[in-house]
Design a protein. Structure first.
Length: 229
């Protein structure tokens, strides 16, 4: 049997959030084991006399090694959704912020391609459109310096992983920054949450199938002849 055509992309809108979570978890562990990248990330460009450059880098490296251990005490929790309790902090939240169809990329009927399977008589029509999804990544901690560090770690990993997302069907990734102050009732010890926004360009698609309509017919035979009246 001939396989129908398959376009890159996805048939579910939750995919971008899960992709981002995967690259963050993998990237943080890889960063914790790469001394060269740590030196580059934590290097300070100031050259003030009697500065704290060396002590700063040492403290940041120690904090990274402590936080890049998901599931352990002091380790980062990376999940879809906001933290339910401050006990989970430090925490990286992944939230779907917005999504929209790229109207200038749409075609008539959103048809990406067709394929006819001669063995089964089935016509496959792949429909889809280019889709833009914005993902919010929040860095949660009870100490301002720690949330700032966590934000820089997330940005470092996300920027580095832009190319690896291509294999998952993401055509382009762009980053932007912001932040917000959470409600004091729910998070009284969290003063500020740095926010990284990832805009992912990908293809939203699905396949229609049209099978042949089953029909039946019957031929009746008529006998001709002379009969006595």
């Amino acid at each position: 049997m001939t396989e129908p055509i398959k376009h890159r992309g996805s048939g579910q809108t939750i995919t971008p959030e899960l992709l981002v979570r995967q690259v963050l978890l993998e990237g943080l562990v890889e960063l914790a084991g790469d001394r060269f990248r740590q030196d580059e990330l934590f290097a300070r460009v100031d050259d003030m006399l009697q500065g704290t450059q060396d002590a700063w880098a040492k403290e940041m490296r120690a904090a990274l090694l402590r936080m890049a251990q998901p599931g352990r005490k002091g380790g980062i929790s990376v999940a879809v959704g906001y933290p339910q309790d401050e006990a989970l902090l430090p925490y990286v939240s992944i939230i779907g912020d917005a999504g929209s169809e790229e109207g200038n990329q749409a075609s008539m009927g959103d048809v990406l391609g067709r394929h006819f399977d001669q063995d089964t008589g089935t016509l496959y029509t792949v429909i889809g459109t280019e889709w833009s999804s914005t993902i919010q990544i929040g860095s949660w901690a009870t100490v301002g310096e720690e949330s700032t560090l966590l934000h820089q770690l997330v940005k470092h990993v996300a920027f580095r992983a832009k190319g690896s997302l291509i294999a998952a069907g993401v055509r382009d990734v762009s980053l932007s920054e912001s932040g917000f102050a959470p409600g004091e009732v729910y998070y009284p010890r969290v003063m500020w949450v740095p926010m990284l926004r990832l805009t992912l360009e990908w293809t939203y698609r699905q396949t229609r199938r049209k099978r042949p309509v089953a029909t039946s017919f019957q031929i009746t035979t008529t006998n001709f002849g002379n009969e006595d009246l």
